[in-house]
Design a binder for this molecule. Structure first.
Ligand code: XLS
Ligand code: MG
Length: 344
């Protein structure tokens, strides 16, 4: 199916199935193989953590980082692909065990900022202005271990450093309420945008909404997207699905709640998402029992479901819906949605 959307995923979305209770269950695919699958599956863009782009980035000199990033850019160009974003992976190093920008340890905070500035340089070379900040360890396991007010100051300081480092870059905060932390400091779009307002350049701090993260916050993903759009701040989406308040599942888009997925596609279509170059990204993982030969289906299927639901959004009888709304006949409005999704 042809579409005007630009689709995107990250190398981590072709995973080997390790979870906290068991080892990998599928073969590890080299980066080149992952890259080669993109166009075949109908994807145009790849999202990167800094160390997806330049492996072991902490161990390399600036000159090495620059050389490797340039080589990657040439590979992307050769495949006709673009980099959608770069995200500093701040949660892996033993240095950020107690958080990155909000760690109680000044050395960890310094490392986090330096690494973020490096990620921005990689992004610059790859030709993207979008820096995604998934603030994995910015939060607490116990309320008394950090001071929330101070943490907000530290987050603002870190973002100001990044904004000053590259005046053309934009920071997209990816809110998530929990996992790996018990309580995260920026759990929702509202928190992210409120904090953006305190930075030195609020117009360059927006967000990316991941469907599953909104569900984990007990919110409706399409409304989180709409809220961000109301501020002109929905700069990316990570579509996937989540079966309620469980571990972070990253299921295929629409897998757990087709109606919620329809409403996400509907708000994106209605607001002409993508017209300013935004990508439709899928932050999805295969179910753990998935065999090697089926290890790309979650991506192809998520894309297919999104396109089917975008078509459903376009063929939704808005005039009839408006009449039912005017008559306050929400019973039939509800049924109309269900029948539209069920098809004839
Ligand atoms: C994790 C996040 C992560 C970000 C990129 O929950 O979704 O994959 O999208 O750092
Ligand atoms: Mg994500």
């Amino acid at each position: 199916m042809k579409s005007s959307f630009r689709f995107c995923f990250g190398p981590w979305n072709i995973g080997e199935g390790a979870d906290p209770y068991g080892p990998p269950v599928r073969r590890a695919r080299p980066f080149a193989w992952k890259l080669a699958q993109m166009r075949r599956l109908g994807f145009q863009a790849m999202m990167f953590h800094d160390d997806d782009a330049v492996p072991e980035v902490d161990l390399k000199t600036s000159a090495q980082v620059e050389r490797e990033a340039r080589a990657l850019k040439r590979r992307l160009d050769a495949e006709g692909l673009v980099a959608e974003m770069v995200a500093p992976r701040l949660w892996f190093s033993p240095r950020t065990i107690d958080g990155a920008y909000t760690s109680n340890d000044p050395k960890a905070r310094r490392y986090a900022i330096e690494r973020s500035l490096r990620a921005m340089e990689i992004a610059h070379i790859l030709g993207t202005k979008l820096i995604v900040l998934w603030l994995a360890r910015e939060g607490t396991y116990l309320r008394e271990s950090k001071d929330c007010l101070r943490a907000m100051d530290l987050l603002v300081d870190a973002m100001n450093r990044m904004l000053a480092h590259d005046p053309s870059a934009r920071l997209a905060i990816e809110p998530k309420p929990n996992e790996p932390m018990d309580l995260a400091y920026l759990p929702t779009v509202g928190h992210a945008l409120a904090l953006a307002g305190r930075t030195s350049d609020p117009y360059r701090v927006g967000c990316v909404v991941e469907s599953a993260h909104a569900v984990l916050a007990g919110l409706d993903p399409s409304e989180e997207m709409a809220f961000a759009m109301g501020f002109g701040k929905l700069w990316s989406v990570h579509l996937n699905d989540q079966n309620g308040l469980k571990f972070d599942q990253d299921k295929p888009f629409g897998s757990a709640n087709l109606r919620s997925a329809f409403n996400q596609a509907r708000v994106l279509v209605a607001q002409n998402y993508g017209a300013r170059g935004e990508c439709v990204c899928f932050d999805v993982h295969p179910f753990r029992p998935t065999k090697d030969e089926h290890a790309l289906k979650h991506l192809a299927n998520s894309r297919k479901t999104f396109l089917r639901l975008a078509a459903k959004a376009r063929t939704f009888d808005e005039r009839r819906a408006a009449r039912l709304i005017a008559a306050r006949d929400y019973q039939d409005l509800d049924q109309m949605v269900l029948e539209h999704l069920l098809g004839s």
